[in-house]
Design a protein. Structure first.
Lengths: 239, 193
Protein backbone atom coordinates (compact mmCIF):
# COMPACT_ATOMS: atom_id res chain seq x y z
CA UNK A 1 0.00 0.00 0.00
CA UNK A 2 1.35 3.40 -0.95
CA UNK A 3 1.76 6.23 1.53
CA UNK A 4 -0.97 8.27 -0.12
CA UNK A 5 -3.38 5.31 0.03
CA UNK A 6 -2.72 5.00 3.69
CA UNK A 7 -3.36 8.68 4.35
CA UNK A 8 -7.07 8.10 3.86
CA UNK A 9 -7.17 5.42 6.54
CA UNK A 10 -4.98 7.44 8.79
CA UNK A 11 -7.46 10.33 8.55
CA UNK A 12 -10.32 7.99 9.39
CA UNK A 13 -8.63 6.47 12.42
CA UNK A 14 -9.35 9.23 14.94
CA UNK A 15 -12.92 9.57 13.69
CA UNK A 16 -13.35 5.80 14.05
CA UNK A 17 -12.02 5.84 17.59
CA UNK A 18 -14.36 8.69 18.52
CA UNK A 19 -17.30 6.76 17.09
CA UNK A 20 -17.74 9.38 14.37
CA UNK A 21 -17.66 7.19 11.27
CA UNK A 22 -20.94 6.18 9.66
CA UNK A 23 -21.70 2.45 10.13
CA UNK A 24 -20.63 1.55 6.57
CA UNK A 25 -17.41 3.53 6.89
CA UNK A 26 -16.68 1.94 10.26
CA UNK A 27 -17.09 -1.56 8.81
CA UNK A 28 -14.80 -0.66 5.93
CA UNK A 29 -12.23 0.71 8.35
CA UNK A 30 -12.42 -2.43 10.49
CA UNK A 31 -11.74 -4.56 7.43
CA UNK A 32 -8.71 -2.45 6.66
CA UNK A 33 -7.59 -2.67 10.27
CA UNK A 34 -7.43 -6.45 10.14
CA UNK A 35 -4.62 -6.28 7.64
CA UNK A 36 -2.86 -3.08 8.70
CA UNK A 37 -0.43 -3.31 11.54
CA UNK A 38 0.44 0.37 11.23
CA UNK A 39 -3.15 1.39 11.95
CA UNK A 40 -3.42 -1.13 14.78
CA UNK A 41 -0.32 0.31 16.38
CA UNK A 42 -1.68 3.82 15.99
CA UNK A 43 -4.92 2.75 17.59
CA UNK A 44 -3.07 1.32 20.56
CA UNK A 45 -1.23 4.61 20.89
CA UNK A 46 -4.44 6.66 20.78
CA UNK A 47 -6.47 4.38 23.08
CA UNK A 48 -5.46 6.04 26.38
CA UNK A 49 -6.47 9.43 24.99
CA UNK A 50 -9.89 8.19 23.92
CA UNK A 51 -10.46 6.21 27.11
CA UNK A 52 -9.51 9.21 29.17
CA UNK A 53 -12.24 11.33 27.62
CA UNK A 54 -14.80 9.39 29.64
CA UNK A 55 -12.72 9.98 32.78
CA UNK A 56 -12.53 13.69 32.14
CA UNK A 57 -16.15 14.48 32.91
CA UNK A 58 -17.35 16.25 36.01
CA UNK A 59 -17.90 13.73 38.78
CA UNK A 60 -21.45 13.34 40.02
CA UNK A 61 -22.68 11.17 42.82
CA UNK A 62 -25.18 8.65 41.45
CA UNK A 63 -28.60 8.85 43.12
CA UNK A 64 -28.64 6.32 46.01
CA UNK A 65 -31.74 4.73 44.56
CA UNK A 66 -29.85 3.74 41.43
CA UNK A 67 -27.70 1.21 43.24
CA UNK A 68 -30.66 -0.12 45.19
CA UNK A 69 -32.83 -0.50 42.09
CA UNK A 70 -30.01 -2.01 40.08
CA UNK A 71 -29.08 -4.56 42.72
CA UNK A 72 -32.72 -5.42 43.34
CA UNK A 73 -33.04 -6.22 39.67
CA UNK A 74 -29.77 -8.13 39.59
CA UNK A 75 -30.52 -10.19 42.69
CA UNK A 76 -33.99 -10.93 41.45
CA UNK A 77 -32.53 -11.91 38.09
CA UNK A 78 -30.05 -14.23 39.80
CA UNK A 79 -32.79 -15.80 41.88
CA UNK A 80 -34.97 -16.21 38.81
CA UNK A 81 -32.05 -17.88 37.03
CA UNK A 82 -31.54 -20.19 39.98
CA UNK A 83 -35.23 -20.95 40.07
CA UNK A 84 -35.18 -21.69 36.35
CA UNK A 85 -32.29 -24.04 36.86
CA UNK A 86 -33.80 -25.73 39.87
CA UNK A 87 -37.12 -27.31 40.57
CA UNK A 88 -39.98 -24.94 39.91
CA UNK A 89 -42.85 -26.92 41.34
CA UNK A 90 -44.40 -25.59 44.52
CA UNK A 91 -42.32 -22.40 44.66
CA UNK A 92 -43.78 -18.97 45.26
CA UNK A 93 -42.20 -17.95 41.97
CA UNK A 94 -44.20 -20.61 40.18
CA UNK A 95 -47.30 -19.50 42.00
CA UNK A 96 -46.92 -15.87 41.00
CA UNK A 97 -46.15 -16.82 37.43
CA UNK A 98 -49.37 -18.77 37.37
CA UNK A 99 -51.31 -15.86 38.78
CA UNK A 100 -49.84 -13.13 36.65
CA UNK A 101 -49.26 -14.79 33.33
CA UNK A 102 -52.85 -14.54 32.13
CA UNK A 103 -53.27 -10.89 32.93
CA UNK A 104 -51.34 -9.40 30.05
CA UNK A 105 -49.37 -7.07 32.26
CA UNK A 106 -48.24 -3.70 30.98
CA UNK A 107 -44.60 -4.02 31.76
CA UNK A 108 -42.14 -1.18 31.41
CA UNK A 109 -39.34 -3.49 30.45
CA UNK A 110 -41.13 -6.59 29.28
CA UNK A 111 -41.58 -9.88 30.99
CA UNK A 112 -38.13 -9.81 32.51
CA UNK A 113 -39.08 -6.94 34.78
CA UNK A 114 -42.09 -8.78 36.02
CA UNK A 115 -40.02 -11.84 36.72
CA UNK A 116 -37.63 -9.64 38.64
CA UNK A 117 -40.32 -8.06 40.77
CA UNK A 118 -41.81 -11.45 41.37
CA UNK A 119 -38.52 -13.04 42.15
CA UNK A 120 -37.73 -10.25 44.57
CA UNK A 121 -40.80 -11.21 46.54
CA UNK A 122 -40.01 -14.87 46.26
CA UNK A 123 -36.40 -14.48 47.21
CA UNK A 124 -37.17 -12.33 50.19
CA UNK A 125 -39.66 -14.82 51.48
CA UNK A 126 -37.43 -17.75 50.87
CA UNK A 127 -34.23 -16.52 52.32
CA UNK A 128 -33.70 -12.92 53.26
CA UNK A 129 -36.26 -12.33 55.95
CA UNK A 130 -34.91 -9.58 58.10
CA UNK A 131 -38.06 -8.32 59.82
CA UNK A 132 -38.26 -7.60 63.52
CA UNK A 133 -41.53 -7.21 65.32
CA UNK A 134 -42.57 -5.62 68.58
CA UNK A 135 -45.86 -5.05 70.38
CA UNK A 136 -46.89 -1.58 71.49
CA UNK A 137 -50.23 -0.87 73.11
CA UNK A 138 -52.21 -3.16 70.88
CA UNK A 139 -50.22 -2.18 67.80
CA UNK A 140 -47.70 -4.55 66.24
CA UNK A 141 -44.72 -3.03 64.52
CA UNK A 142 -42.65 -4.83 61.92
CA UNK A 143 -39.45 -3.24 60.78
CA UNK A 144 -36.73 -4.03 58.31
CA UNK A 145 -34.14 -2.32 56.16
CA UNK A 146 -33.79 -3.11 52.50
CA UNK A 147 -31.68 -1.41 49.81
CA UNK A 148 -31.02 1.38 52.28
CA UNK A 149 -34.72 2.02 52.87
CA UNK A 150 -36.02 1.74 56.43
CA UNK A 151 -39.37 0.00 56.38
CA UNK A 152 -41.82 0.02 59.27
CA UNK A 153 -45.22 -1.62 59.20
CA UNK A 154 -47.53 -0.73 62.07
CA UNK A 155 -50.55 -2.98 62.40
CA UNK A 156 -53.35 -1.81 64.60
CA UNK A 157 -56.73 -3.48 64.63
CA UNK A 158 -57.60 -4.67 61.20
CA UNK A 159 -55.59 -2.06 59.30
CA UNK A 160 -51.97 -1.04 59.01
CA UNK A 161 -49.68 1.81 58.06
CA UNK A 162 -46.54 1.36 56.01
CA UNK A 163 -43.80 3.89 56.78
CA UNK A 164 -40.72 4.28 54.60
CA UNK A 165 -37.64 6.35 55.44
CA UNK A 166 -34.39 7.08 53.56
CA UNK A 167 -36.18 6.79 50.26
CA UNK A 168 -34.38 8.33 47.28
CA UNK A 169 -36.09 11.19 45.47
CA UNK A 170 -38.10 9.82 42.59
CA UNK A 171 -37.61 10.72 38.94
CA UNK A 172 -40.20 13.17 37.63
CA UNK A 173 -43.53 11.51 36.90
CA UNK A 174 -42.93 8.60 39.26
CA UNK A 175 -44.62 7.59 42.50
CA UNK A 176 -44.29 4.71 44.92
CA UNK A 177 -47.07 2.18 44.96
CA UNK A 178 -47.58 -0.44 47.64
CA UNK A 179 -48.94 -3.89 46.97
CA UNK A 180 -50.23 -6.57 49.29
CA UNK A 181 -50.55 -10.26 48.67
CA UNK A 182 -53.65 -11.62 50.27
CA UNK A 183 -54.72 -15.23 50.00
CA UNK A 184 -52.98 -15.70 46.73
CA UNK A 185 -54.00 -12.45 45.08
CA UNK A 186 -51.84 -9.37 44.64
CA UNK A 187 -53.74 -6.11 45.24
CA UNK A 188 -52.70 -2.49 44.82
CA UNK A 189 -52.88 -0.24 47.87
CA UNK A 190 -54.97 2.75 46.69
CA UNK A 191 -53.00 5.54 48.41
CA UNK A 192 -49.85 6.24 46.37
CA UNK A 193 -46.71 7.59 47.98
CA UNK A 194 -44.37 10.44 47.13
CA UNK A 195 -41.38 10.78 49.46
CA UNK A 196 -41.05 14.14 51.19
CA UNK A 197 -37.80 16.12 51.31
CA UNK A 198 -36.55 13.97 54.16
CA UNK A 199 -37.11 10.83 52.11
CA UNK A 200 -40.09 9.71 54.14
CA UNK A 201 -43.32 8.30 52.79
CA UNK A 202 -46.26 6.39 54.16
CA UNK A 203 -49.48 4.77 53.09
CA UNK A 204 -52.39 3.18 54.85
CA UNK A 205 -53.59 -0.33 54.25
CA UNK A 206 -57.25 -0.53 55.17
CA UNK A 207 -57.26 -4.24 55.92
CA UNK A 208 -54.32 -6.45 56.73
CA UNK A 209 -56.50 -9.50 57.04
CA UNK A 210 -54.91 -12.40 55.21
CA UNK A 211 -51.96 -10.31 53.97
CA UNK A 212 -48.69 -12.25 53.92
CA UNK A 213 -46.47 -9.93 51.86
CA UNK A 214 -46.21 -6.19 51.35
CA UNK A 215 -44.18 -4.87 48.45
CA UNK A 216 -43.37 -1.38 47.11
CA UNK A 217 -42.49 -0.54 43.53
CA UNK A 218 -41.82 2.63 41.57
CA UNK A 219 -44.69 3.35 39.19
CA UNK A 220 -45.79 6.06 36.79
CA UNK A 221 -47.80 8.92 38.23
CA UNK A 222 -51.35 7.77 38.88
CA UNK A 223 -50.16 4.29 39.78
CA UNK A 224 -50.42 1.01 37.91
CA UNK A 225 -52.84 -1.86 38.00
CA UNK A 226 -50.01 -4.32 38.41
CA UNK A 227 -46.33 -3.88 39.40
CA UNK A 228 -44.30 -2.70 36.43
CA UNK A 229 -40.87 -2.36 37.99
CA UNK A 230 -38.60 -4.34 40.31
CA UNK A 231 -39.55 -4.29 43.97
CA UNK A 232 -37.77 -1.66 46.06
CA UNK A 233 -39.12 -3.12 49.26
CA UNK A 234 -40.65 -6.45 50.20
CA UNK A 235 -41.78 -7.39 53.66
CA UNK A 236 -43.05 -10.71 54.80
CA UNK A 237 -45.93 -10.31 57.23
CA UNK A 238 -46.25 -13.11 59.77
CA UNK A 239 -49.75 -14.51 60.10
CA UNK B 1 -22.95 -20.07 44.80
CA UNK B 2 -22.23 -16.37 45.13
CA UNK B 3 -18.80 -15.41 46.41
CA UNK B 4 -18.84 -13.45 49.62
CA UNK B 5 -18.67 -9.70 49.25
CA UNK B 6 -15.35 -9.45 51.09
CA UNK B 7 -13.77 -11.95 48.76
CA UNK B 8 -15.13 -10.19 45.71
CA UNK B 9 -13.68 -6.90 46.92
CA UNK B 10 -10.21 -8.40 46.85
CA UNK B 11 -10.51 -9.43 43.21
CA UNK B 12 -9.37 -7.39 40.24
CA UNK B 13 -12.01 -6.30 37.76
CA UNK B 14 -10.79 -8.86 35.27
CA UNK B 15 -11.24 -11.58 37.88
CA UNK B 16 -14.74 -10.38 38.70
CA UNK B 17 -15.98 -10.61 35.13
CA UNK B 18 -16.08 -14.43 34.92
CA UNK B 19 -18.09 -14.40 38.17
CA UNK B 20 -20.45 -11.80 36.74
CA UNK B 21 -20.95 -13.92 33.65
CA UNK B 22 -21.90 -16.75 36.02
CA UNK B 23 -24.53 -14.45 37.53
CA UNK B 24 -22.85 -13.70 40.83
CA UNK B 25 -24.59 -10.62 42.32
CA UNK B 26 -21.81 -9.97 44.87
CA UNK B 27 -19.20 -9.73 42.14
CA UNK B 28 -21.48 -7.46 40.15
CA UNK B 29 -22.13 -5.24 43.14
CA UNK B 30 -18.40 -4.73 43.64
CA UNK B 31 -18.09 -3.84 39.96
CA UNK B 32 -20.85 -1.27 40.31
CA UNK B 33 -19.34 0.20 43.47
CA UNK B 34 -16.02 0.63 41.69
CA UNK B 35 -17.31 2.11 38.46
CA UNK B 36 -20.90 3.21 39.00
CA UNK B 37 -19.88 6.77 39.83
CA UNK B 38 -17.83 7.18 36.68
CA UNK B 39 -20.55 5.51 34.63
CA UNK B 40 -23.28 7.77 35.97
CA UNK B 41 -21.09 10.85 35.54
CA UNK B 42 -20.39 9.96 31.93
CA UNK B 43 -24.06 9.24 31.24
CA UNK B 44 -25.02 12.56 32.82
CA UNK B 45 -22.38 14.37 30.79
CA UNK B 46 -23.86 12.98 27.58
CA UNK B 47 -27.60 13.10 28.23
CA UNK B 48 -27.54 16.16 30.51
CA UNK B 49 -30.41 15.04 32.69
CA UNK B 50 -30.47 13.23 36.03
CA UNK B 51 -33.38 10.90 35.37
CA UNK B 52 -32.13 10.01 31.90
CA UNK B 53 -28.59 9.45 33.21
CA UNK B 54 -29.98 7.14 35.87
CA UNK B 55 -31.94 5.22 33.28
CA UNK B 56 -28.96 4.96 30.92
CA UNK B 57 -26.61 3.82 33.70
CA UNK B 58 -29.04 1.21 34.94
CA UNK B 59 -29.65 -0.11 31.43
CA UNK B 60 -25.93 -0.24 30.74
CA UNK B 61 -25.13 -2.15 33.92
CA UNK B 62 -28.02 -4.52 33.38
CA UNK B 63 -26.74 -5.21 29.87
CA UNK B 64 -23.31 -5.91 31.37
CA UNK B 65 -24.92 -8.20 33.93
CA UNK B 66 -26.74 -10.10 31.23
CA UNK B 67 -23.88 -10.19 28.73
CA UNK B 68 -20.78 -10.16 30.92
CA UNK B 69 -19.29 -12.90 28.80
CA UNK B 70 -18.83 -10.41 25.95
CA UNK B 71 -16.00 -8.68 27.77
CA UNK B 72 -12.72 -9.36 26.00
CA UNK B 73 -9.75 -8.80 28.29
CA UNK B 74 -7.38 -8.62 25.34
CA UNK B 75 -9.08 -5.45 24.10
CA UNK B 76 -8.70 -3.25 27.15
CA UNK B 77 -9.67 -2.84 30.77
CA UNK B 78 -13.04 -3.69 32.28
CA UNK B 79 -13.52 -0.06 33.17
CA UNK B 80 -12.96 1.27 29.67
CA UNK B 81 -15.21 -1.47 28.26
CA UNK B 82 -17.89 -0.66 30.79
CA UNK B 83 -17.69 3.05 30.10
CA UNK B 84 -17.89 2.39 26.38
CA UNK B 85 -21.11 0.44 27.02
CA UNK B 86 -22.44 3.41 28.98
CA UNK B 87 -21.39 5.85 26.27
CA UNK B 88 -23.07 3.79 23.55
CA UNK B 89 -26.29 3.59 25.58
CA UNK B 90 -26.23 7.30 26.24
CA UNK B 91 -25.61 8.14 22.58
CA UNK B 92 -28.45 5.80 21.59
CA UNK B 93 -30.63 7.63 24.08
CA UNK B 94 -29.64 10.99 22.58
CA UNK B 95 -30.31 9.75 19.08
CA UNK B 96 -33.72 8.46 20.12
CA UNK B 97 -34.50 12.01 21.19
CA UNK B 98 -34.22 13.47 17.74
CA UNK B 99 -32.86 16.96 17.57
CA UNK B 100 -31.47 17.01 21.07
CA UNK B 101 -28.32 19.10 21.15
CA UNK B 102 -25.39 17.92 23.25
CA UNK B 103 -24.15 19.97 26.15
CA UNK B 104 -20.99 21.90 25.49
CA UNK B 105 -19.49 22.75 28.84
CA UNK B 106 -15.83 21.82 28.81
CA UNK B 107 -15.10 25.25 30.18
CA UNK B 108 -17.18 24.81 33.31
CA UNK B 109 -14.25 24.83 35.68
CA UNK B 110 -16.32 25.30 38.82
CA UNK B 111 -18.28 22.18 38.03
CA UNK B 112 -15.09 20.25 37.44
CA UNK B 113 -14.06 20.90 41.01
CA UNK B 114 -17.01 19.00 42.46
CA UNK B 115 -16.08 15.59 43.80
CA UNK B 116 -18.10 12.72 45.22
CA UNK B 117 -17.43 11.55 48.74
CA UNK B 118 -16.96 7.91 47.79
CA UNK B 119 -14.20 6.15 45.81
CA UNK B 120 -11.16 7.33 47.67
CA UNK B 121 -8.93 4.47 46.71
CA UNK B 122 -5.44 4.92 45.45
CA UNK B 123 -6.52 3.68 42.05
CA UNK B 124 -9.31 6.21 41.94
CA UNK B 125 -6.91 8.93 42.97
CA UNK B 126 -4.69 7.99 40.06
CA UNK B 127 -7.67 8.06 37.71
CA UNK B 128 -8.59 11.49 38.93
CA UNK B 129 -5.07 12.67 38.44
CA UNK B 130 -5.29 11.37 34.89
CA UNK B 131 -8.70 12.97 34.50
CA UNK B 132 -7.27 16.27 35.64
CA UNK B 133 -4.50 15.92 33.11
CA UNK B 134 -7.03 15.13 30.39
CA UNK B 135 -9.18 18.07 31.36
CA UNK B 136 -6.05 20.13 31.20
CA UNK B 137 -5.11 18.60 27.87
CA UNK B 138 -8.57 19.21 26.46
CA UNK B 139 -8.60 22.69 27.89
CA UNK B 140 -5.29 23.34 26.18
CA UNK B 141 -6.58 22.21 22.81
CA UNK B 142 -7.35 24.86 20.26
CA UNK B 143 -11.09 25.48 20.44
CA UNK B 144 -11.80 24.03 17.02
CA UNK B 145 -10.15 20.72 17.94
CA UNK B 146 -11.90 20.51 21.31
CA UNK B 147 -15.23 21.19 19.64
CA UNK B 148 -15.04 18.38 17.07
CA UNK B 149 -13.93 15.90 19.74
CA UNK B 150 -16.72 17.09 22.01
CA UNK B 151 -19.38 16.79 19.32
CA UNK B 152 -18.20 13.33 18.32
CA UNK B 153 -17.50 11.71 21.67
CA UNK B 154 -20.09 13.33 23.92
CA UNK B 155 -22.61 14.37 21.30
CA UNK B 156 -22.61 11.21 19.21
CA UNK B 157 -22.38 13.11 15.94
CA UNK B 158 -20.73 11.59 12.90
CA UNK B 159 -17.94 13.45 11.15
CA UNK B 160 -20.30 14.35 8.29
CA UNK B 161 -22.87 15.75 10.74
CA UNK B 162 -20.15 17.74 12.47
CA UNK B 163 -18.98 19.06 9.11
CA UNK B 164 -22.53 20.23 8.45
CA UNK B 165 -22.96 21.76 11.91
CA UNK B 166 -19.69 23.65 11.72
CA UNK B 167 -19.84 24.32 7.96
CA UNK B 168 -16.48 22.69 7.42
CA UNK B 169 -15.14 20.19 4.88
CA UNK B 170 -15.26 16.62 6.21
CA UNK B 171 -11.51 16.27 5.78
CA UNK B 172 -10.98 19.26 8.04
CA UNK B 173 -13.19 17.73 10.73
CA UNK B 174 -11.32 14.42 10.63
CA UNK B 175 -8.02 16.24 10.65
CA UNK B 176 -8.97 18.26 13.72
CA UNK B 177 -10.09 15.10 15.49
CA UNK B 178 -6.75 13.51 14.85
CA UNK B 179 -4.74 16.55 15.85
CA UNK B 180 -6.78 16.89 19.03
CA UNK B 181 -6.31 13.26 20.03
CA UNK B 182 -2.61 13.47 19.23
CA UNK B 183 -2.26 16.43 21.53
CA UNK B 184 -4.19 14.79 24.39
CA UNK B 185 -2.16 11.63 23.95
CA UNK B 186 1.06 13.60 23.93
CA UNK B 187 0.19 15.43 27.12
CA UNK B 188 -0.83 12.16 28.80
CA UNK B 189 2.51 10.66 27.82
CA UNK B 190 4.30 13.68 29.27
CA UNK B 191 2.32 13.34 32.47
CA UNK B 192 3.33 9.70 32.80
CA UNK B 193 6.96 10.40 32.04
Amino acid sequence: MSGSDHTRWSEDLAAYMLGALAPGEAREFEQHLEGCERCRNEMRWFEPAVNSLSESVERREPPPGLRAALMAEVRADARAAEAEAGAEGGSLLGWIRGNFSHRGLRLAAGFASLALAIAAVAGYEIGKGGSDSEGNGGAVTLSSREHGIDVKMVRKGEGGTLHLANVHQLPPGKVLEAWVRREGTVEAVPALMVPDRKGQAETTIASMKGVDTVMVTEEPQGGSEEPTSPALVTMTVPS
Amino acid sequence: MAVRREKAERLADEELMPLVSRKDPEAFEVLYDRHGGAAYSLAYRIVGDRAAAEEVTQEAFISVWRSGARFDATRGSVRSWLLSVVRNRAIDFLRSKAGKAPKLDFDDESALEQRPAAERTEEEALRRETATEVRGAIGNLPGEQAKVIELAYFGGFSHSEIAEILSLPMGTVKGRMRLGLEKIRGELAEGLA
